[in-house]
Design a protein around this ligand. Structure first.
Ligand code: HEC
Ligand code: HEC
Length: 213
């Protein structure tokens, strides 16, 4: 059987319609939730996506900068501890691979679970360590804008090509990330749930991974 020209045309029209609908559903699903007055003036322009992305990043920064995360992502080579983020006791330092130096390895003290009792070391299923010397990935001592730009820079984010790839570390529920919500011994947790945080990270990425100043 052969298709006539009109049949081909009909198929093409249906194809385009399905494509357009799919596109509509796609953007609908990702559409930023912004205040209607903004939409009125700007329409669905790149500008409000940028604003939504920046606002989402500023929310995520509250978690990145919280003590449970930032203690392992210090400005220098010594991890910090407690909500006050004071330097780790006993002169603990990063070492080349982030696992400490000879005689002072992280996992000598940090086990595969939180040890129960005041001031005993926390732990989780993954071997406890901080980012390695070639990719220090600091969170402390940065502004939200600097942190944001680092996440997009393969030289700063540990070699991940894009912000989205770097954020997979969070989305895939890395054990060291998840520990922050079950830190043991009455330690405080980040200021929002993991699910809220993960959703804000996605909102940041999906709207173009724009950065605050
Ligand atoms: C016990 C130490 C530790 C804690 C606690 C920790 N991290 Fe990390 N983080 C690491 C290490 C180590 C890496 C490097 C990748 C690896 O070896 O797993 C890393 C890498 C990352 C990365 C990817 C690299 C980058 O900077 O672009 C992100 C994002 C990240 N951590 C976010 C968090 C967040 C969010 C929290 C808290 C909810 C957190 N981390 C808590 C040790 C930690
Ligand atoms: C000699 C034992 C010892 C070694 C070695 C050690 N730690 Fe610790 N660490 C502890 C103890 C104990 C605590 C708990 C302190 C407290 O809660 O008062 C702790 C707490 C921490 C915290 C703070 C958790 C929080 O959010 O309050 C981080 C981060 C940390 N260690 C990272 C590391 C890293 C990274 C290494 C290796 C480079 C390491 N530690 C090596 C004993 C050790």
């Amino acid at each position: 059987m052969r298709f006539s020209k009109t049949n081909n045309l009909k198929l093409a029209v249906i194809g385009i319609a399905v494509f357009a609908l799919a596109g509509f559903a796609w953007t609908g699903g990702l559409a930023p939730r912004v205040d209607n007055t903004l939409v009125g003036t700007l329409g669905d322009s790149g500008l409000d996506r940028e604003a939504v992305s920046i606002a989402a990043f500023n929310e995520t920064a509250k978690v990145f900068f919280s003590a449970r995360c930032a203690n392992c992502h210090p400005a220098g080579d010594t991890p910090t501890q407690g909500d006050e983020m004071t330097p780790h006791t006993q002169g603990v330092t990063r070492g080349k691979d982030g696992r400490g130096v000879y005689g002072m390895k992280c996992t000598t003290c940090h086990q595969n679970e939180n040890l129960d009792g005041p001031h005993l070391p926390p732990g989780t299923t993954k071997d406890w360590h901080m980012p390695p010397a070639p990719h220090k990935m600091p969170f402390q001592g940065l502004t939200a804008g600097q942190l944001c730009r680092n996440f997009k820079d393969p030289k700063q984010n540990g070699g991940f090509k894009t912000a989205k790839e770097a954020m997979e570390h969070v989305h895939k529920r890395d054990a060291l990330v998840m520990w922050a919500w079950e830190p043991g011994n009455g330690r405080s947790v980040p200021p929002m749930s993991f699910e809220q945080f993960d959703a804000k990270v996605k909102e940041w990425v999906d709207n173009g991974a724009a950065c605050p100043e």
